[in-house]
Design a protein around this ligand. Structure first.
Ligand code: NMX
Ligand code: MLT
Length: 477
């Protein structure tokens, strides 16, 4: 940090202490207060903000360990071990928390709250993803100036070396977009600051600094890599460069080739809501697990992407649009409710899932679905595929309930995103999971910086065999 930066940092530290006394902001009221306080601050530097926050959060964790280390958080049952660890609390994840009924809260703020308090590109507009990134990293609602500064910083970091594109070009153009995207992220790893610093013997108390560098670089660069993959596969390789006047979400849409104002708003909303979903989902958990071995952010995030590429997780957004299009192909756009019911049953009887419905934790309609529905009602109410999605909202949950085994019959985030993108011309369903991946870089990398700052350990749970379980249960009976 330069001397100037240090002086500025000291001058805002009084204000920061005042903020600390006000506490973290779990409620909207508090967030608005933060917004007001922060607007008067001249500190636009995210790194300085983190530097200030880290010691107090390290102390907080130490205290939790010392005072509550032996408190039990529940009992582990055989069902949990055999049932994909559902309901087993086993991870620390600071950036967001999922409530089964209310859905996700980013640092305490629900999606509607984020839509209210995070800075937007225009009045009443969707939140800027940079604002969400600031919130995830610091727990504070940023001012518009802070968001603009972060936007600028991300643009300045958005430089992708040619060998990354060459690595992608080595794959057949027909390879799945997620394969091409993950390959690009792996190639970006060559420039990892963390790896370089580790090789030079960096002290563990400083790990978070090169992790921060890698994470911001990665977040800044993945839209370029993702857009390259899209243009390579679907637009004859005609690449569109970054526009220095645009924010993160708008730039991503622009580089893909979509510049309509509504599509830019959709992309801002899309990147914001897909960013983080607490720590146990497959992509976040994978990223966290791999990073716990001190693998750098690129290695960790590439691993996360490979989990996201599975059809029960992020690939479901692809599956939903393909499934909806197959409904239309077979029955037409004006399908009746009875025909739709029949189609859903046919899918289930074929031993397949209905994509976009159900969830490992949620037990109500996903608020990410609801906000996308609101976007559709505002911007594309007459779109025939949106109307089909609305019909599915009525038809599918009772059928899944009738099956008797599905714990959550309600739609998740993926049930809606495809028809919105399709409406604005992004029709290539196989590409959709890449969009999800770009967004998830914000959440996974934010937590990764905190993993390093808090010195979280290698993740290594215990596993057992069936013999072990049988013996243990016999003895316990
Ligand atoms: N269609 C058909 N069957 C389902 C569905 C569905 N949408 N959801 C759950 N089930 C079945 C599930 O396959 C399981 O069957 P079985 O016992 O024969 O193996 C049974 O219901 C119990 O599963 P749950 O405990 O309700 O769900 P679980 O936590 O195991 O899985 C999902 C959660 C999300 C994997 C599951 O609901 C699903 O496969 N949904 C469709 C795919 C999807 O939309 N995934 C995206 C999730 C969000 N994301 O982006 O990651
Ligand atoms: C996610 O966004 O990661 C999905 O909803 C899956 C999950 O939370 O388990």
């Amino acid at each position: 940090m330069t001397k100037d930066k240090k002086a500025m940092f000291r001058s805002v530290s009084l204000l920061s202490k005042l903020r600390s006394r006000l506490g973290q902001q779990p409620s909207l009221k508090d967030s608005v207060r933060w917004l007001q306080i922060q607007s008067s601050s001249s500190d636009l530097d995210l790194h300085s903000q983190l530097e200030e926050l880290i010691p107090e959060q390290q102390e907080r964790l130490k205290k939790i360990k010392a005072e509550h280390g032996k408190v039990q958080l529940g009992n582990i049952t055989v069902d949990m071990v055999l049932g994909g660890m559902r309901g087993m609390t086993g991870l620390l994840w600071q950036t967001s928390l999922l409530d089964p009924d209310e859905g996700i809260r980013f640092r305490g703020l629900s999606i509607p709250e984020c839509q209210k308090v995070l800075p937007a590109a225009k009045p009443e507009g969707e939140p800027l993803p940079e604002g969400l990134l600031w919130l995830l990293l610091t727990g504070k609602v940023p001012s518009k100036e802070q968001v603009d500064a972060l936007s600028k910083e991300l643009r300045s970091r958005a430089v992708v070396p040619d060998f990354v594109y060459k690595a992608i070009d080595a794959l057949p153009v027909t390879s799945h977009p997620m394969t091409q995207f993950a390959t690009g992220v792996m190639a970006l790893q060559v420039q990892s600051e963390f790896q370089k610093a580790y090789e030079k013997g960096i002290h563990k108390s400083k790990y978070w600094e090169p992790t921060y560098e890698d994470s911001l670089n990665l977040i800044a660069r993945v839209p370029l890599v993702a857009a390259y993959v899209y243009r390579r596969i679907y637009k004859d390789g005609q690449v569109i460069p970054l526009d220095d006047s645009l924010d993160y979400g708008a730039n991503f849409s622009h580089m893909l080739g979509f510049d309509s104002p509504k599509m830019l708003e959709l992309m801002r909303l899309y990147v914001t809501i897909h960013s983080d979903h607490e720590g146990g989902n497959v992509s976040a958990h994978t990223g966290h697990l791999v990073a716990s071995a001190l693998s750098d952010p690129y290695l960790s995030f590439a691993a996360a992407l490979n989990g996201l590429a599975g059809p029960l997780h992020g690939l479901a957004n692809q599956e939903v649009l393909l499934w909806i299009k197959s409904v239309v192909d077979e029955c037409g756009e004006n399908i009746t409710v009875d025909q739709l019911k029949e189609y859903v049953w046919k899918t289930l009887k074929g031993g397949k899932v209905v994509p976009g419905f159900g969830h490992g934790v949620l037990r109500k309609t996903d608020p990410r679905y609801t906000c996308q529905r609101e976007f559709a009602l505002k911007h594309l109410p007459d779109d025939p595929l949106f109307q089909l999605v609305s019909k599915l909202y009525e038809v599918v949950p009772p059928i899944l309930t009738e099956l008797g085994k599905v714990k959550n019959p309600w739609p998740n985030v993926d049930a809606h995103s495809g028809v919105l993108l399709n409406h604005f011309g992004l029709t290539e369903a196989r590409y959709f999971t890449v969009l999800f991946g770009v967004s998830r870089s914000l959440g996974i990398c934010s937590q990764l910086i905190w993993d390093r700052a808090l010195g979280l350990p290698l993740e290594r749970p215990k596993s057992v065999t069936m013999e072990w379980l049988e013996d243990y249960c016999k003895k316990a009976a």
